[in-house]
Design a protein around this ligand. Structure first.
Ligand SMILES: [Zn+2]
Length: 314
């Protein structure tokens, strides 16, 4: 089986053996000319692998239902719903499955990363936005219309900060890097002195990246500390609500910010979660993701494998 991680910038492909180990991989820039060009690029990347897979799984940005990718701002030239699973299956002549990248990442961590052995798992991805993916009762969970797991848009503050989705008070409006950067940029524009700006200028970065935030935190910068405190508080409230609703047995935290700040961030979110838990005396580990960028291809390939298992031999 092969897994495809379709990102806005790059497209990563990996071929897996029977033990679900990566035996070959490829990476190329994501074409910007629309869905047909992307399908062609997937075919080219998969065709260049050392063996032809029996099934291909794809993790795509944006909402996915039944193999159809809805409008996604992260893929240029995608203006309407695209039946990506059918297009990939037809072009490659093999079985294909497509799911949202946050769901796929959670599946990756569940089968081969920090989520191994869990039956009720929430994956939380801290990147430009805040993503989520669920495994419930030992199965990837997509909900009635493919929209489950939108952890980033759980409301943690009625009438609160404006989110990239246009709503107010979402956890992403406090814990997404884009939102955190906006808060910092506004403070800097208002004349606030901060190590965030000093570090950003010194490292030649155009934005307040996770690396910039990490350095400013080490220097005890009050603005950086305040922004992260707010993010941690929002994440704690949202994870608490998710646990109370779903009775999860593990939470895996990954994404660029989590990779940069590591276990100490995870420990802080766990502490911020506790006051919200109705049943706090149960062991529900919150752990750092293990697979890094590979979570996408690993999860996508696992979905491809389950497709083969479901359709039976041959
Ligand atoms: Zn939102």
């Amino acid at each position: 089986v092969a897994g495809v991680d379709l990102g806005g910038t790059n497209l990563a492909v990996a071929l897996f053996d029977e033990e679900h180990r990566i035996v070959d991989r490829a990476r190329l820039p994501t074409p910007t000319a629309g869905p047909d060009a992307v399908v062609e690029a997937i075919a080219e990347a998969v065709g260049g692998l050392r063996a032809a897979p029996d099934a291909v799984g794809v993790g795509a940005p944006g909402p996915v239902n039944d193999g159809i990718v809805k409008t996604t701002p992260n893929l240029r030239g995608w203006t309407g719903p695209v039946p990506l699973a059918a297009l990939v299956a037809e072009r490659l002549g093999c079985a294909a499955v497509v799911d949202n990248d946050a769901n796929v990442g959670a599946v990756g961590e569940w089968v081969a990363g920090a989520g191994r052995g869990s039956r009720f798992l929430l994956g939380v991805w801290l990147g430009t936005g805040v993503g989520g993916g669920l495994v419930l009762d030992g199965k990837p969970y997509r909900g009635a219309f493919g929209g489950a797991g939108e952890f980033g848009h759980m409301c943690v503050h009625l009438g609160g900060a404006l989110c990239g989705c246009g709503r107010r008070g979402c956890v992403e409006a406090y814990a997404g890097r884009a939102s955190m950067e906006r808060t910092v940029a506004m403070a800097v524009a208002a004349g606030r002195e901060t190590e965030l700006e000093t570090v950003r200028a010194a490292t030649g970065k155009a934005r307040y990246t996770s690396a910039v935030l990490s350095k400013a935190l080490k220097r005890d910068d009050p603005l950086a500390t305040g922004v992260l405190d707010e993010a941690v508080a929002a994440l704690g409230a949202a994870v608490g609500a998710a646990v109370n609703l779903l009775d999860l047995d593990r939470i895996v935290v990954g994404g660029g910010l989590a990779e940069k700040l590591g276990d100490s961030l995870v420990a802080r979110i766990a502490t911020a979660t506790r006051p919200y838990l109705l049943v706090p005396d149960v062991e529900r580990p919150m752990v750092l993701a293990e697979l890094g960028d590979d979570a996408g291809v690993v999860g996508a390939a696992a979905l491809a494998r389950s497709l083969l298992a479901n359709s039976g031999p041959g």
